[in-house]
Design a protein around this ligand. Sequence first.
Ligand code: HEM
Length: 534
Amino acid sequence: RCQSTSTDEKRNKSRNVLDNASNLLTNFLSGGSIGSMPVAEGAVSDLFGKPLFFSLYDWFIEHGSVYKLAFGPKAFVVISDPIVARYILRENAFSYDKGVLADILEPIMGKGLIPADLDTWKQRRRVIAPGFHTLYLEAMVKMFANCSERSISKLENLLEAKNLQGGHEIELDLEAEFSNLALDIIGLGVFNYDFGSVTKESPVIKAVYGTLFEAEHRSTFYIPYWKFPLARWLVPRQRKFANDLKIINDCLDNLIKNAKETRQETDVEKLQQRDYSNLKDASLLRFLVDMRGVDVDDRQLRDDLMTMLIAGHETTAAVLTWAVFLLAQHPDKMKKAQAEIDAVVSQDGITLESLKKLEYVRLIISESLRLYPQPPLLIRRSLKSDRLPGGYKGNKEGYEIPAGTDLFISVYNLHRSPYFWDNPNEFEPERFLVQKDNNDIEGWAGFDPSRTAGSLYPNETVSDFAFLPFGGGPRRCVGDQFALMESTIALAMLLQKFDVELKGSPDSVELVTGATIHTKSGLFCKLKKRSHTH
Ligand code: HEM
């Protein structure tokens, strides 16, 4: 007992030292050129032991929707306001780049769309975005269903084996299953490569996970030691990282070589009208290589593919993970979804037509993205001095910021803002059906479900930037429809066959963040076969 008291004292003492150091630093930095902005007096200890975005939320409620956060030798402006977010992401988008994020991702993604400088981005976005055209997405629906079927069969086999031993449910980590599924899907959709990770392990699969792990480490480690010239050879994890990258790059280089050897150059319009039902290779790589008049070097193509592999894998797995986490705590909503699935999905499985009718399941995906946005923060750096508009809560006149200011747009705060959502922390997929007017919020158009403009899912246009699961403006996600359809299909196929419960209490599921919000040690669930299914 004595010992534990003295340990506590020591811990408190060191916490105080850290707090004082942090407060000194904060005060010192608060006199800077963005001086009129409220400053979060956060302690350094706030940054450890829990994800940063939790603290950013508390400070948002305390300081308003635009404030300055100082930690270490750096200061960040934290934005939790749709009008300011709209300004940075859409209205004045080209005055900002990806700042810290590009520094972290460049060694992995090179000049891929996410970290790319503006010139490269302009060229590649023009070529890549048309690749996600209607017929491609329709062809993907079939692939999503086939891959999901592979996952479901695996679970059914596990359950059957359990039945033989007299059991009637299985326990397993669904996050890991979703991660494998999303990897298989992104491999097939983007470069027609079957990782087959639902059923096996391979060096390439291990390398992909190793790379993701390193990307996450880098995004939470504040000193970029990997930039030191010898780090790659001296630090074991950096040696492993270099090796993992080489394995993936070799694999991608090979796929690019094959695609180029079988190139059939065609106009974009013709490529977009191909008969996808007869295509052996419907992948985006095929599209990019076959496009007439675009002679792109192999290195750039590889960067593009790597970017989409990383951007489209963990994000989608995370949406499915949190959708199940939320549904398992709301069995009534799970039943409602299952009733819709039973009514809409025929024996032949999910088609584009049934997807259009799965309204409730789609809203579950959107609501999961609202509560657990991936990534929870969008990162920007101002390229020139600018004047941000005033926030909804706090200063109305706005703030001058100098060139080089680092900004976090907290999508997490926006999505849980008590000023824009009723019961912001509750899981209520139905909320997206209700119009919310903007009587008292100057500059915000309100939430209007009728503004979906052909999209099956709510988006930043409908909500005027209060809901931005895929960002907004020119750097908006290119894979949004791919990801939404993929996750709706995978979730519907899981719920069609199984009832899902959490193995432990919801509180025992700890969150961690890198680029996405995921669990610390898996989402362990109990799966039972549903008694009334097709
Ligand atoms: C960009 C979210 C799936 C490819 C983004 C951004 C967000 C996002 C928020 C904007 C980042 C910023 O402004 O800084 C998501 C979520 C996904 C998902 C939540 C899954 C649920 C995908 C998929 C792909 C993809 C499946 C590819 C097949 C990209 C690319 C960009 C991007 C290439 C960069 C676009 C640009 O800068 O022009 N994503 N994404 N994403 N995403 Fe996604």
